[in-house]
Write a protein that binds this ligand. Structure first.
Ligand code: FMN
Length: 193
C-alpha cells in the first residue's frame, strides 16, 4: 500500500518525533511505500491567503497554490497523522494543511447541493497522538481531535475506510513503562496497518 504520513512537531527530541520514527520504520518494514510529509521540516505555510480564499470554490483554479500537496494526497491509499494535541485540536501547521489542501474537488465533491467524499483513494486512516490532559477531561470537552481524526476525516475517504486512533493521554503523569507500552502498541499497529 502507498501510505502518506503527515507529521507535525517542531522538535527532533520530542515524543512525537519518536512516534514518527516508529511509524515510518514499521510501515516500511511491513512493505508499504511511504511518502513522509514533515510539515515543519518542509516549511509548510499553513496560512490560507486572500487569493486562496477568493478562489476556494472555483474548482478550475483552486488547486494551483498547493498542487504538489494535493497530488501527494491523491496518490495515497493510506494516511497516517502523527501529531501532539494542542489546544484540543491539531497543531496550527496541521490545521492549516487541511484548510489549504482539503478543497472542493479534492476532499469533497458537491453535486446538486449534496456533498460526496473526494478522497475515495484512501482506504486506511490512522492517527498517532499524545495529550497532556487525562482522558476524562478530554471526554468532557468532547475530545475534538479524536472526533476530527475519526469522524470528520472518515467522511471524506473511501466509504469502507478502516479508521484507527492511537492516543496516549495524561502525558505528564504517565510512568516510563506506560510510555513504553504505548510505543509498543503503535509499533504493532503500524506493522499491521
Ligand atoms: C501549545 C500547546 C498546547 C497544548 N494544548 C493541550 C491541550 O489543549 N490539551 C492537551 O491534552 N494537551 C495539550 N498540550 C500538551 C501536549 O499535548 C503535550 O505536550 C504533548 O502531547 C507531548 O508530546 P511532545 O513531547 O511530543 O510534545 C499542549 C502543549 C502545547 C505545547
Amino acid at each position: 500500500m502507498h501510505v502518506h504520513v503527515i507529521y507535525a512537531h517542531p522538535l527532533k527530541d520530542s515524543l512525537a518525533a519518536q512516534l514518527h520514527e516508529i511509524v515510518l520504520d514499521e510501515l516500511t518494514k511491513a512493505g508499504h511505500t511511504v511518502d513522509d510529509l514533515d510539515l515543519y521540516a518542509e516549511g509548510f505555510d499553513p496560512v490560507l491567503s486572500a487569493e486562496e480564499r477568493r478562489d476556494y470554490h472555483d474548482t478550475s483554479i483552486n488547486q494551483k497554490y498547493i498542487r504538489p500537496y494535493v497530488e501527494r494526497l491523491q496518490r495515497a491509499e493510506g494516511v497516517v497523522l502523527c501529531h501532539p494535541v494542542w489546544n484540543f485540536g491539531w497543531p496550527a501547521i496541521l490545521k492549516g494543511y487541511f484548510d489549504r489542501v482539503f478543497l472542493p474537488d479534492v476532499s469533497f465533491k458537491m453535486k446538486d447541493g449534496m456533498l460526496y467524499p473526494g478522497l475515495t483513494n484512501i482506504r486506511r486512516l490512522a492517527t498517532v497522538t499524545t495529550y497532556g490532559s487525562p482522558r476524562w477531561r478530554a471526554w468532557v470537552l468532547g475530545d475534538p481531535p479524536r472526533k476530527n481524526g475519526t469522524r470528520f476525516l472518515r467522511a471524506v475517504c473511501h466509504p469502507n475506510v478502516k479508521v484507527t486512533y492511537h492516543a496516549l493521554y495524561n502525558i505528564n503523569n504517565v510512568t516510563p513503562e506506560m510510555v513504553d507500552n504505548y510505543l509498543k502498541k503503535v509499533r504493532k499497529a503500524m506493522s499491521q496497518f
